[in-house]
Design a protein around this ligand. Structure first.
Ligand code: ADP
Length: 624
């Protein structure tokens, strides 16, 4: 047998281990959940690969996780007959390559969410290393299905691990923990059973432990008699059971296993569909957003099973991307077991399952919005931005999604997004024929924008939008209840006859000034004109009806995309003292023009290209 090779843990993993050993004190017991969950994944994988290569699984072999202890040696061993790992896979998976979640996990830990640390371990995929919370030495022996050699990995969790060749063993993985002096409780059967019951009851695989010692008729242990293995969990798939036989606690504990979320889900949707297309779906809408909600490529929350056999995770095919926060299981009775990702994408039955699942989630959200408005707003705060993607992406369900939207509004005192379009439309005045909104970089910038001045004077409500996705949302939305959506910072404003006449008169009066301003700002603005948008500010910038607008340009640039740069229109408030005082013959006129323009940009939240120059100009004019 060859000499063991020593490897160093990758730095990030070393740090992680250090953190595990030295700072995590609560609920160390979850290491067992992590190991069982890894075993369960490995068994799922073996079963799945055996669908295309029957040699990988012997018909008679029962797939299970076995837990044994040795009180003399002070060890706990978790064995599975899953897929196993090759030499290279062991090195890669355990020790050398940190998962993407490792760093994020440590950041979250350092942010000091003490009470949540245990959930974090599972969420971030750093589960295996939790063994070092209770063990001072760990050895893992594994044989990959379809191969003959055993690879042994060993470590004390302090910087290094060794890899060597092991003795022949059955396919699968055995992990032996040498327990720390003060962690001997994990040698006790009742303690282990309690943990299994708490965390792994719903793993749909048997978890086995040695049963009681066989006794003779007088109740004495029989010498040399072996203890039998007993299954200690129910091992059945919860979704396959009848709804009325499942308690809320059981649902929650299953949900926890899927999500690592300690809070109960907001909604549990369990449906058995029979008829031409048979399947069961068990979906959970969480209360809190996971850390990677923004990652559209993150692992999706729905697991696909075919007749209780796990087929794949993250199939986009089962729910649209904008519902990626929904967790759960879909188990189909009709799909072929060897279904591939490609087939899934185009399968008609899957398409039907997907639209039914989408409908169930949206109907549930509608119900919440209607009957439990406050709960719905809490949901919206967590997931609203993702749901907005749906309005643009999911044409079929657009009409279901739109009434679910909530916005901040000039009618609210705070920044909360709580106004629905229905509410807005109901409040609209007789003459108002559009739904007005403003998009800006922040709520503050939206709320403080000069574009709102006339609207607030006239008492017209404006929706305040400051999420980056809002620009796409309004483009996709266009109208609601036959009312067009209109940006307050684009195009012309509707005027009454009186207002028109007054403006005509002012136009003539100020023709000289507007002309000179346009000259001074040529290259920066498309046009200079009068407005009645403003009551307090001297000037503002507006986009032409069909131009993208400054906010969208900013967002596109921030995303590294080419933004079609369009020049804004500078609008002047003819009633403002500053405009009235402008003198076309003033020698500083060009400076005044520049300051007016920069101020208008500033007030809508833009960054000046040359702030220092602006300050200099203002100082110069102040001094004069
Ligand atoms: P995660 O399970 O979240 O990926 P872990 O740190 O727990 O993270 O495990 C790392 C990897 O090691 C797993 O993704 C898997 O590839 C492999 N692994 C762990 N335990 C087993 C096992 N019992 N059988 C086969 N592979 C395993």
């Amino acid at each position: 047998m060859s000499k063991p090779q020593t490897h160093a843990f990758q730095t990030e993993i070393s740090q992680l281990l250090d953190l595990m050993i030295n700072s995590l004190y609560s609920q160390k017991e979850i290491f067992l959940r992590e190991l069982i969950s890894n075993s369960s994944d490995a068994i799922d994988k073996r079963r799945f690969e055996a669908l295309t290569d029957a040699a990988l699984l012997n018909e008679e072999e029962e797939l299970a996780v076995t837990i044994t202890t040795d009180k003399e040696a002070n060890t706990l061993t978790i064995t599975d007959n899953g897929i196993g790992m090759s030499h290279d896979e062991v090195i890669e998976n355990i020790g050398t390559i940190a998962r993407s979640g490792t760093k994020k996990f440590m950041e979250a830990m350092k942010a000091g969410k003490e009470s949540d640390d245990v959930n974090l371990i599972g969420q971030f995929g750093v589960g295996f290393y939790s063994v070092f919370m209770v063990a001072d030495k760990v050895s893992l022996a594994t044989r990959k299905a379809g191969t003959d050699n055993t690879v042994v990995w060993e470590s004390d969790g302090k910087g290094e691990f060794t890899i060597s060749e092991g003795e022949e063993q059955a396919v699968g993985t055995a992990i032996t923990l040498h327990l720390r002096e003060d962690e001997k409780e994990y040698l006790e059967d009742f303690r282990l059973k309690h943990i299994i019951n708490k965390y792994s009851e719903h793993i749909s695989l048997p978890i086995k432990m040695l049963g009681a010692e066989p006794l003779d008729e007088e109740g004495n242990p029989i010498e040399g008699a072996e203890r039998d293995l007993e299954t200690v969990n129910s091992g059945t798939a919860i979704w396959a059971r009848a709804k009325n036989e499942i308690s809320a606690e059981e649902y929650q504990s299953f949900y926890q296993g899927l999500s690592y979320d300690m809070e109960p889900p907001l909604s549990t949707l369990h449906h058995k569909v029979e008829g031409n297309l048979e399947y069961t779906s068990l979906l959970f809408i969480p209360k809190k957003a996971p850390f990677d909600l923004w990652n559209r490529e993150a692992k999706k929350g729905i697991k696909l099973y075919v007749r209780r056999i796990f087929i794949m995770d993250e199939p986009d095919a089962l729910l649209p991307n904008y519902l990626r926060f929904v967790k759960g299981v879909i188990d189909s009775a009709d799909l072929p077991l060897n279904v591939s990702r490609e087939i899934l994408q185009s399968d008609r039955d899957i398409g039907k399952i997907k639209s039914a699942a989408t409908k169930r989630v949206l109907d549930e959200l509608k119900r919440l919005a209607k009957n439990e408005a406050e709960t719905y707003l809490e949901f919206w705060n967590e997931f609203g931005q993702v749901l907005k993607e749906g309005v643009v992406e999911d044409f079929v369900n657009k009409d279901k999604l739109t009434p679910l939207l909530r916005f901040a509004s000039t009618h609210n005192d705070d920044a909360s997004q709580s106004v629905s379009l229905d509410e807005y439309v109901e409040r609209m005045g007789e003459e108002q024929d559009a739904i007005y909104y403003i998009t800006a970089e922040s709520h503050q910038a939206a709320k403080g924008s000069p574009h709102l001045e006339m609207f607030s004077k006239k008492g017209i409500e404006v929706l305040l939008m400051s999420d980056p996705v809002d620009e796409w949302l309004v483009n996709g939305l266009m109208e609601y209840a036959d009312k067009p959506l209109k940006s307050v910072s684009k195009g012309d404003l509707e005027l009454t006859e009186d207002e028109k006449q007054e403006q005509e008169a002012q136009k003539e009066e100020l023709a000289d000034i507007t002309g000179k301003l346009q000259e001074a700002l040529s290259g920066s603005v498309k046009e200079v004109r009068l407005t009645n948008r403003l009551t307090e500010s001297p000037a503002c910038l507006v986009a032409d009806e069909n131009d993208p607008g400054a906010n969208l340009e900013r967002i596109m640039k921030a995303m590294g995309q080419d933004a079609p740069s369009s020049q804004p229109i500078l609008e002047l408030n003819p009633d403002h003292a500053l405009i009235k005082a402008l003198d076309a013959a003033d020698e500083n006129f060009a400076d005044w023009a520049q300051v007016l323009f920069d101020q208008a940009a500033l007030s809508e939240g833009a960054q000046l290209k040359d702030p220092a120059k602006y300050v200099k100009l203002v100082n110069k004019l102040l001094a004069a």
